[in-house]
Design a protein around this ligand. Structure first.
Ligand SMILES: Cc1cc2nc3c(=O)[nH]c(=O)nc-3n(C[C@H](O)[C@H](O)[C@H](O)COP(=O)(O)OP(=O)(O)OC[C@H]3O[C@@H](n4cnc5c(N)ncnc54)[C@H](O)[C@@H]3O)c2cc1C
Length: 814
């Protein structure tokens, strides 16, 4: 039996690359009293058999930054610890077999430039020169990323553990955590096969076991193991030792050199989930059975790309379980269910590449009590408890891994795991041609295929088939009236004597308003970055309705809940499932709703930014006069059981008023024309109200001051290094989709955060931050010549600090 300490500041569960990296970084941040427990031996889970590819580029700037940090760390660890990592900066090559894939690679190269990663489109001769064994006559192009590389996973883990030990971390192998002890909703220790350890923080880095470990603590960790494979050949002639990594995503495959042979693996389009639970106790340095049938699609494609593989001597087929998540992004952060219980797991076959940066980010989160950069794409709070449902995960796991190498079409959605959460209007909308997308498990109408058009989105990097239909919906909202089903909004009640005090402290805007006022507000952290933006409606003296985005329900409930002081009388209740939401928007909305209610809807009686309890037909509704499309309109919050009758009444009353059903794609183009920001895009923890241009929603002089006020004041005195700008593109045929670089006077100044075609303006509209280290002001913004780079081509763009459509907001307040 190993002697365990009776107490530690942090216990890290799992000695794979992620646990070791987290422990290493905790030590680097000065935490000495850290214990890492491993049920087998270091790297015995998934880490030891990984292929070790390290590709830097991700679809989010901060995620790319994390991997770039991994490459720097892996290249310096040997000097620091004396343990080699096998890191080689061999570069990587991705090739395209089709025109669509070539467009994707061009977009990739553009995006890489925007995120500060070196990338260059190269000709096929050059590709062949870099990878002589490759067949190129059937290819359309290639991209070269010189900073990519490969590492030896077990060696990196050994180096990290050595560095961690040197920093004071106690690493104990052959000890399994069997329980997580809690008190008052927080972690107080763990139970292990060798006794208990009391601790302040538990970090769950248990790889594919992380869901089980989460369950010990009542924490949902949505991941599922999938069989993941690569083949290793013996050395053969013609394999240079400095061969770059090569990816042929159309063939679902990658290649790398290893001791004079080739490692070839990939992502089958139809993946093979492993066990959902009850993993064998003795699963230590264990592989799964070879499955050549499952591997066949990769093998067939590999021989097409590298014909020499047909006769190359095969050494073995490695098949190991790797954990995948529902959206192919890893899981990081403090669990919303349990204070001081952190998770770093579910690495979707990118754990070696990500571990350096992810371990650092997680350690910073633990030490500082908050993430030090926007980590929303990987934040565990993007999921809800039900996401850990085994059946649901198993279904999604057939599809998710294969999407790594599928063409990354804009707006691409999952086909599996659909239909769980439905609005009461789903069948009605489907009968009218609704094409649904999914968010947080909800089915939501993206657009309506009218006139007998097939109800299916056809993906493309150019114009997609839904655009003409969405354009009609957009025009209805601008010119007549449209109805949007927004039932998936996250809705909360905050009730109790202290509700006002709690919200006044959290909200940038003044919410000490009379009942019936609707307030748009940000919620900031102490550093002035956005934790959320939402609307708060005062229902009564002691009750507020809080409405926020569909994807933010777990995160916002967590943030608000954490910030209710002990002893305060304020109770937060999620009422999402009890109210449907219909937004009736457009110049004819008053006439339409006037036919269904006796309430006076005139501007004087029902001004913008107010709420009244009204009757719509025979049904009760909270009617909020607000808009996200920039037109006169009301959002109606209706008891779920009344939603269908209200919808039918609206449809009938609007028949002669030009009413159309409208979906989320129209909503996006409408809001971009009006310059309205979206959470996770323009408004994130990395952005402040001054940078986002949302000063109108902060009240710096209210008492008590809101959380983050000091940081805002400091920034106001110093000046801002970036500013959100809306751009209209001069080429109406250009198709930006997001993440495109923004150039100002020939210098890179940022990237696009949201993009759509503005059907009223008749051109594409995008938003993005313009950066300048020495400060950004109106003169800087307006004096530049701008271009947006789309798939390598630059398109001229005009900047707008106010909405390019209806800048005075006159139409909203009529
Ligand atoms: C075939 C294959 C190829 C891959 N190729 C690549 C690649 O090229 N590039 C890349 O970046 N990634 C790749 N990966 C993915 C990569 O291997 C993983 O993402 C990474 O190893 C995950 O590390 P981890 O620390 O999260 O998990 P693990 O390495 O599994 O570590 C978790 C540890 O927790 C321990 N543990 C579990 N439960 C407990 C408990 N209750 N108490 C104590 N200890 C516990 C386990 O024993 C295990 O050692 C590949 C994966 C596979 C399967």
């Amino acid at each position: 039996m190993t002697t365990l300490p009776s107490h530690a500041r942090a216990v890290v569960i799992g000695g794979g690359i992620v646990g070791c990296s987290t422990a290493y970084h905790l030590a680097r941040l000065g935490w000495r009293d850290v214990v890492l427990l491993e049920r087998g031996a270091l790297s015995c889970g998934t880490t030891w058999h990984a292929a070790g590819l390290v590709g830097q580029l991700r679809s989010h700037a901060n995620m790319t930054q994390l991997i770039r940090y991994s490459t720097e760390l892996y290249s310096s660890l040997e000097a620091e610890t004396g343990q080699a990592t096998g890191w080689t900066r061999c570069g990587s090559l991705s090739v395209a077999r089709t025109a669509e894939r070539l467009t994707q690679l061009q977009r990739t190269a553009s995006m890489a430039r925007g995120f500060g990663v070196e990338a260059e489109m190269i000709g096929l001769d050059e590709a062949k020169r870099r990878w002589p064994l490759m067949r190129t006559d059937d290819l359309t192009g290639a991209v070269w990323l010189p900073g990519d590389g490969k590492a030896n996973p077990a060696d990196v883990t050994a180096a990290l553990s050595r560095g961690a030990r040197a920093g004071g971390v106690k690493i104990v192998e052959k000890v399994k955590v069997t329980g997580v002890n809690t008190a008052g909703g927080a972690v107080v220790g763990v139970t292990t096969t060798d006794g208990d350890i009391g601790c302040e923080v538990v970090v769950n880095c248990a790889g594919l076991w992380a869901r089980e470990v989460g369950r010990l603590a009542g924490v949902s960790v949505p991941l599922h193991p999938v069989e993941h494979m690569y083949m290793v050949t013996k050395p053969f002639d013609g394999v240079p030792r400095d061969l770059p990594v090569m990816r042929d995503p159309d063939g679902h495959i990658y290649f790398k050199e290893e001791v004079g042979g080739i490692v070839m693996g990939g992502f089958e389009p139809v993946a093979k989930p492993w066990l959902s639970r009850d993993y064998p106790e003795d699963f230590v340095f264990t592989l799964l059975h070879e499955d050549w049938r499952q591997f066949e699609i990769l093998m067939t494609n590999a021989i097409i790309r590298v014909p020499a593989l047909e006769t190359a001597p095969v050494q073995r087929l490695v098949n190991g379980p790797e954990s995948f998540t529902p959206d192919n992004q890893f899981l990081l952060g403090e669990a919303p269910e349990l204070k001081r219980f952190f998770v770093g797991a579910g690495f979707n076959s990118a754990g070696i590449a990500s571990a350096g940066g992810a371990g650092k980010a997680l350690a910073e989160w633990i030490v500082e009590g908050r993430p030090t950069m926007d980590l929303w794409p990987v934040d565990i709070r993007r999921f809800a408890g039900w996401h850990a449902n085994e059946r649901w995960l198993r279904e999604r796991m057939v599809e998710a891994p294969g999407l790594h190498y599928a063409v990354a079409y804009p707006l691409r959605d999952y086909k599996t795991g659909r239909g769980l959460r439905r609005s009461p209007l789903q069948d009605r909308l489907a009968a009218k041609g609704a094409v649904f997308g999914s968010k947080m498990g909800w089915e939501r109408a993206n657009w309506f295929a009218t006139g007998g058009a097939p109800a299916e989105t056809l993906y493309s990097f150019g114009a997609q088939n839904w655009m003409p239909y969405s354009a009609e919906e957009h025009r209805a909202a601008r010119e007549t009236v449209a109805v949007f089903d927004q039932t998936s909004f996250s809705k909360f009640l905050l009730e109790g004597r202290d509700a006002e005090a709690v919200l006044q402290r959290l909200c940038t805007n003044d919410v000490a308003v009379r009942p019936g006022k609707v307030v748009y507000t940000g919620l900031l952290n102490a550093h002035g970055g956005y934790e959320s933006d939402l609307t708060v409606t005062r229902l009564g003296n002691d009750a507020y309705l809080i409405v926020t985005g569909t994807a933010q329900s777990t995160r916002d409930a967590d943030w608000i809940g954490r910030n209710i002081p002990d002893g305060a009388q304020a109770r937060l209740t999620d009422i999402t499932s009890s109210r449907a939401v219909l937004a009736v928007m457009g110049p004819n909305s008053r006439t339409l709703l006037g036919r269904l209610t006796d309430t006076d809807l005139t501007n004087a009686a029902f001004p913008f930014g107010t709420m009244q309890q009204i009757a719509i037909g025979s049904a009760p509704a909270w009617a909020l006069r607000v808009t996200y499309v920039g037109e006169l309109g009301w959002e109606l919050y209706i008891p779920v059981e009344c939603a269908s009758s209200v919808y039918d009444a609206i449809t009938e009353a609007g028949a002669d008023l030009g009413l159309r059903d409208a979906g989320y794609y129209a909503l996006d183009s409408l809001r971009l024309e009006k310059g309205y920001r979206a959470w996770g895009h323009e408004v994130t923890p990395d952005d402040t109200p001054l940078e986002a241009g949302l000063e109108f929603a902060i009240k710096l002089d209210k008492t008590p001051p809101f959380l983050g006020r000091e940081a805002v004041l400091t920034q106001r005195a110093r000046g801002i290094p970036k500013r959100l700008v809306t751009f209209t593109l001069r080429d109406k045929d250009a198709r930006p989709w997001g993440d495109e670089p923004i150039w100002r006077d020939g210098a890179l100044v940022g990237w696009v955060t949201s993009a759509a075609f503005g059907h009223t303006l008749g051109c594409p509209v995008v938003m993005g931050y313009v950066r300048n280290a020495v400060g950004v002001d109106q003169r800087f913004i307006e004096s530049g010549n701008y271009e947006i780079e789309i798939a390598g081509a630059r398109v001229k763009a005009d900047p707008h600090l106010r909405a390019p459509y209806d800048p005075a907001g006159a139409r909203v307040r009529t």
